[in-house]
Ligand binder design. Structure first.
Ligand code: I3S
Length: 126
């Protein structure tokens, strides 16, 4: 039997806990609501799990889908204007969703910013 930490070491299943809020949905401004999410980067999508790594593992079962965004054509950039929190970057998807991701731990957020930005850039030019 596989436990969550073994599963998450498989390629494509790496994840991290980050603070997340959606600020806009296709041009419609939303009220901020920061929540802790388990964030998983797959080939060209970012998946969010509200509860835990365990939920992420359960979601690998067919028929259960995570909340997520397609990174194809997305713009990923650091922002100091959209939040008073430190270490915040914004993802703007092609469909006009705007998300903020944040962690107090700079090495963590920096690594995930780079990975997500690289994925967006790579999938946009494909
Ligand atoms: O951009 P805002 O509106 O200043 O964002 C803050 C609010 O969403 C606030 O909620 P209230 O509606 O209860 O005021 C949140 O608690 C704050 O975290 C938001 O600002 P930060 O700077 O933390 O993103």
């Amino acid at each position: 039997q596989h436990n969550a930490s073994q599963g998450l070491q498989q390629p494509g299943l790496h994840g991290v806990y980050l603070n997340k809020t959606k600020i806009s949905d296709g041009g419609k401004k939303l009220k901020k609501n920061w929540t802790l999410a388990w964030v998983v980067l797959s080939s060209n999508e970012l998946h969010f799990y509200k509860e835990s790594k365990q939920e992420a593992m359960l979601s690998l079962k067919p028929g259960i889908k995570a909340e997520g965004v397609n990174l194809c054509g997305a713009v990923v950039d650091w922002t100091t204007e959209k939040s008073s929190r430190k270490n915040v970057f914004q993802i703007t998807t092609r469909s006009g969703e705007e998300l903020l991701l944040q962690s107090d731990d700079y090495p963590t957020i920096s690594k995930w910013h780079d990975a997500i930005k690289n994925t967006a850039d790579r999938s946009s030019s494909a």
